[in-house]
Design a protein around this ligand. Sequence first.
Ligand code: PRT
Ligand code: ZN
Length: 222
Amino acid sequence: MRTDDSRLHIAIQKSGRLAEQSRRLLRDAGLRLQEGKNALTARIENFPADLMYVRDDDIPTFVADGVCELGIVGSNVLREFELAERDSRYEILSPLGFGRCALKLAAAATSDWHGLADLGEARIATSYPHIVRDFLEQRQIAATVVTMNGAVELAPRLGIAPFICDLVSTGATLEANGLRPLETLFESEAVLVRTRGALDEARQETMNGLVRRIGGVLATKE
Ligand code: PRT
Ligand code: ZN
């Protein structure tokens, strides 16, 4: 998949909630991105880097393996990857100030809730089983995690689980499904992440330059 071994490879989400802002950040940092993004990779004409447009879930693997030296991904996805794969061959360089959300425990708005002790051995539906299990284990809670890949907010109504753990930004989805947030397990935002693998000198220089430019863009937004 690599197009040129002397260039930096940057993984960003192809389409979805982080795609547009990831592209905007790189543009603001001075990189000339072509408009079309149907290709899997795109060469940046005015900077020695290539973009890889991928599923957000694949970004941690690409960066940890060093296939891409840099990536932009939600810290929720990175954390789930780290716990699931026991792989931390990546380093977060900077939070990016977009894609903010929180992984929250929720249940029917009408249900009683006094605190985590109320979970008991109940079932919790989530797309983030490792983050949720880690949270439960640290608190010695015996609840059961049920993994769902989407439509988690339907789980209580379908009788799959009385509790869910899902990403929340505005809270509108919880509300529309008759649910209310109970606890926050993880606060997330998009982050700039690099591989821990050593880079040759030229690529390291390129990365330093880009990271500096991105830092400059972020500073103007504070
Ligand atoms: O196709 P690909 O696999 O790349 O994308 P995806 O569908 O897995 O992810 P996508 O594009 O939905 O989200 C990408 C990243 O955006 C997430 O990993 C988070 O880091 C971040 N993000 C920020 C969110 C939200 N806000 C968010 N609200 N991701 C998902 N949601 C969902 C949530 O799951 C729930 O269904 O939006 C709904 C709730 O939103 P509110 O506003 O109603 O609370
Ligand atoms: Zn995804």
